[in-house]
Design a protein around this ligand. Structure first.
Ligand code: PMP
Length: 411
């Protein structure tokens, strides 16, 4: 078990001043101290453009390429399969739009298979392509437990399907999708075909901290993730693109990143991402055990210790969920009221995806799985490297007091 925060090298108080408890790690993670110092060291001297011919540029280019190699090794990929982007939104956009762009004109219309609980950076791209009549999309609904059936994905694949995009783990309810099984179904379909379609993309943004990420073992062709969720800097991400994947760039300019993603490379952030990824891999096994225990303790107490017998619902599968994710429905009380009440006590959780928090229409993810029906509320409590059992006991105590105060909502 990981005992001390210092061991993980996080800033002593990552975000919150004394007395405050941060439980919104699915939305953002604090930056690891080692990551910060690595970035500062590189930032101090290596400002030259990696594309420049002079020695200063060549030096930065070397740093970039060595770092790319390090990232590739962790994923069990080739160096030229790692494309640095500005984050997971861009990686998802590049994967989907880049493949559709490549197949414009090859079919009357190219087809994509995805699920109904993807992150908005996948779903909104798909909706845009539908609107522009550049692709037809099948949104395979997940089962009541928030997990998609690989057979249903297979059934949705047609002759013109160029891409299957299924997230590795959901950002709201934490459910883990059967990526390897889906890859297997796709491989079976491809057997005997003279093309490599469909390609398989996964958005692994929420998965990297806790799940295996060796790309060959997963059986995917493209994989997105960012550094902001793995205790690295924001504004930097990766798209893994397997060799021979047919894809075009979607923004135009220079020929950086193997001619797939133009723009001067953000070397300092790349360094931060690589270091964060290295640390994440190193402590993954222990963190999974530690957080699973904490999560299950939290859920157990939520079910048994809330005042006046309130029945709290857990959204998403109990077992196949991220070790740090607790997504609950507390009937009748509006989610935003609970988030604000908890925040007033220094406890930071969220209702749904931060990317959709300005949207008043509730959570499409929660609506697909909640046993309390549509428009019920939800709270996403996501644990992380700094969470302790003591924090959980404190949060349970405060939540119980808040629910007692809000009892009138039940009358
Ligand atoms: N996909 C998932 C599953 C996410 O959780 C997020 C971040 N909330 C994104 C994509 C977008 O990441 P970024 O903010 O780096 O663009």
């Amino acid at each position: 078990m990981l005992k001390s925060k210092k061991k993980l090298n996080l800033p002593a108080k990552a975000l919150a001043p004394a007395g405050e408890i941060y439980m919104d790690y699915a939305s953002a993670t604090p930056i690891d101290k080692t990551v910060i110092s690595k970035m500062i060291n590189v930032m101090k001297e290596n400002f030259a453009n990696p594309s420049a011919l002079h020695d200063a540029g060549v030096k930065v280019k070397k740093i970039l390429e060595t770092t790319r190699k390090n990232v590739a090794e962790i994923l069990n990929a080739h160096k030229d399969e790692i494309i640095f982007t500005s984050g997971a939104t861009e990686s998802n956009n590049l994967a989907i739009l880049g493949i559709i762009e490549k197949f414009q004109g090859a079919f009357p219309i190219p087809h994509i298979v995805t699920t109904n609980i993807e992150h908005s950076s996948v779903l909104e791209v798909c909706k845009h392509l539908e609107k522009m009549k550049q692709a037809e999309i099948t949104y395979v609904p997940v089962e009541k437990n928030g997990i998609v059936d690989p057979k249903k994905i297979k059934k949705a694949i047609k002759i013109n399907t160029v891409l299957v995009s299924v997230m590795y783990a959901n950002n709201e309810i934490g459910t883990i999708q059967p990526i390897q099984e889906i890859a297997k179904e796709i491989r079976h379909l491809k057997k005997g075909k003279d093309n490599s379609l469909p390609f398989f993309h996964t958005d692994a943004t929420q998965a990297v901290n806790y799940l295996p990420i060796k790309v060959e073992k997963l059986g995917i062709d493209l994989m997105s993730f960012n550094s902001a969720k793995i205790y690295g800097p924001k504004g930097i991400g990766v798209l893994y693109v397997k060799r021979n994947t047919l894809i075009k760039k979607i923004i135009f300019g220079g020929n950086q990143e193997f001619n797939l993603r133009p723009g001067t490379e953000n070397v300092v952030s790349v360094i931060g991402l690589a270091e964060a990824l290295k640390i994440t891999e190193k402590i993954k096994e222990k963190e999974v055990i530690r957080l699973t225990e904490l999560r299950d303790y939290f859920i157990d107490k939520l079910m048994s210790k809330m005042p006046f017998g309130i029945k709290i619902g857990i959204n998403g599968d109990f077992k196949n969920r991220l070790p740090n994710n607790i997504n609950i429905t507390i009937p009748k009380i509006p989610s935003d009221l609970l988030v604000v009440e908890l925040s007033a006590k220094g406890i930071y959780v969220s209702e749904k995806s931060a990317c959709k928090s300005g949207n008043k229409s509730g959570s499409y993810v929660r609506d697909t799985v909640s046993s309390f029906g549509k428009k019920s509320n939800s709270l996403r409590i996501s644990l992380g490297r700094q969470t302790t059992k003591k924090d959980i006991d404190y949060v349970l105590n405060i939540l119980s007091k808040i629910l007692t105060k809000l009892k009138k909502w039940y009358n």
